[in-house]
Write a protein that binds this ligand. Structure first.
Ligand SMILES: [Ca+2]
Ligand SMILES: [Ca+2]
Ligand SMILES: [Ca+2]
Length: 216
């Protein structure tokens, strides 16, 4: 910085003052999108300044480097600049780290999110809801789970003590069961003619934890 002093008679004097402006590094927090913290849900992480200020007070060009560690200690890729996204495939604790540099120095922040398991969903049920006692029971449908690594099992509970395992093929199942009703014997030794009857079937789907069994 140069200081100049002048008088009314044309006298001039100058002096130089060395002034150094120090860089201020990035300062920020990581915000998480307000969505349910469950597996299969895409989460958005955004770098924001502290207390409403900017991430860096200078006009520096900032660089961003995101990374994440899953519940099993696995490294997860997170591209992006001021914001990045991650879709947890299973429940558990995920740790997201962001480093922002301004060309001179850098700052790093880490935030953790606890992801919950999502229940499997049974859908697309089709088949007869009323059959004769000697007719086969046929029901089909599908089971889906938001957790990409969850292993699915299913049980059909006929409500009378009979429970049948569902064999899932790519999430689809077909239940084919010969449902028999014991007909009472009358005093004369004859059985009454079979009558149609109603029954209810509960399909229970379960998901087993994939990579992080400690959160089951
Ligand atoms: Ca700076
Ligand atoms: Ca799961
Ligand atoms: Ca699940």
């Amino acid at each position: 910085m140069r200081l100049t002093a002048s008088d009314e008679d044309g006298g001039v004097s100058q002096s130089t003052w060395n002034l150094t402006v120090a860089n201020v590094g990035p300062d920020f927090e990581i915000s998480v999108s307000a969505v349910p913290l469950v597996e299969g849900q895409t989460l958005t992480f955004t770098a924001i300044g502290v207390d409403g200020s900017g991430i860096d007070p200078g006009a520096d060009t900032l660089t961003y480097s995101w990374s994440a560690v899953g519940p099993g200690g696995e490294d997860l890729v997170m591209p992006g600049t001021a914001a990045s996204q991650l879709m947890p495939t299973d429940e558990g604790a995920y740790w997201i780290t962001l480093t922002i540099g301004d060309g001179i120095t850098s700052s790093t922040r880490t935030v953790g999110v606890q992801i919950a398991n999502a229940d499997p969903i049974v859908s697309g049920l089709s088949g007869g809801s009323e059959i004769a006692s000697s007719a086969p029971l046929r029901i089909s449908g599908s089971v889906a789970d938001a957790g990409a690594t969850d292993e699915l099992t299913g049980i059909a509970d006929l409500g009378d003590g009979v429970q049948l395992p569902l064999e899932l093929n790519s999430g689809n199942f077909k239940l084919n069961y010969q449902y028999r009703v014991r007909r009472p014997v009358h005093r004369n030794g004859h059985r009454p003619r079979p009558r149609r009857r109603h029954f209810s079937t509960d399909l229970l789907a379960h998901s087993r934890c994939g990579s992080s069994r400690r959160f089951c």
